[in-house]
Write a protein that binds this ligand. Sequence first.
Ligand code: SF4
Ligand code: SF4
Ligand code: SF4
Length: 326
Amino acid sequence: MKISRRNFFILASTISASFLFGNKVEAVEGKYATLVDLTKCDGCKGESVPLCVKACRDYNANRFPNPEKPILPYWPRKTYEDWSDKRDKIDTLTPYNWIFVQKVNIQGKEIFIPRRCMHCDNPPCVRECPFGALTKQPEGNSVINDKICFGGAKCRDVCPWHIPQRQAGVGIYLQILPKYAGGGVMYKCDLCKDKIRKGEEPACVTACRSRSGKEGVFTFGIRDEIYALAYKKVREEGLFIYGDKQNGGTSTLYLSAVSFELISKALQDKKERFLMPVHVENKIISKFNPIGKIVLASGAISMIGATLAAFLSKKEKKEACEDEKD
Ligand code: SF4
Ligand code: SF4
Ligand code: SF4
């Protein structure tokens, strides 16, 4: 990815503003929500790849990263995160796999759990990204801008479910501070942002319906209606709910015939990488701290100034060489 002078200035302003003012902190209930009824999911038994997973991979394939190799480690780490040789891995979240299906066995019963970003109402990933690379959209989805993301993984650190995944060797850090900042780009489900903006449903939802039917695993729609439907099923069918309270509320509601305490424990016992804690507080509140912000912003502006000077000088030298050749 080449960066133009104009884009560099846009990036510098975004980063400075993000450091100085922070990102939006109020909870926003987006337009849409997804209901995931675990009583209906059989993990796509008989399929080589669950249909929801396949649909996501197919739909987003042209957005997957293509790293420049060799990938170099960056200070102070001695390693980097490279999933590019494991693109076919479907049993976990990676930069190439934005949804996967977990399996637990509880009281002799198999339970399959499709996992992707919860699209929180007040997402810590959006609030805490130092570069302002994540935004909460009016539709309710949180979206990573891969042109601005430095891959510092702050979003993953503050996400209660550690959803975003990093690929090294791609992104803007290669052109700005390849050895000292970031280390790639973060990737995750964005709720099929372009589809839902056009009023269509996400690819995984459509694909699953072809197997589990209209009243199947996923129901995607207007948030208030999805919440009402979920609570109706809780009342009338005695199901348990997850996602309405966790992290202050999300756009993804799970229903299960088995309590989420038991599911959470089963995932813990299996030492799964992605857990479902029942008590999830939305505890990172970005309070405005003028002194801290000014110190951070000064640091950021100095860093941006230094890199901008280096960038322009390199560009001018290149132009001068080209002029000499002419
Ligand atoms: S496509 Fe539907 S039934 Fe198949 S694993 Fe995904 S959610 Fe479950
Ligand atoms: S689940 Fe994690 S990555 Fe997704 S919106 Fe919430 S905090 Fe962000
Ligand atoms: S909503 Fe779209 S991006 Fe997210 S998991 Fe489903 S298909 Fe993938």
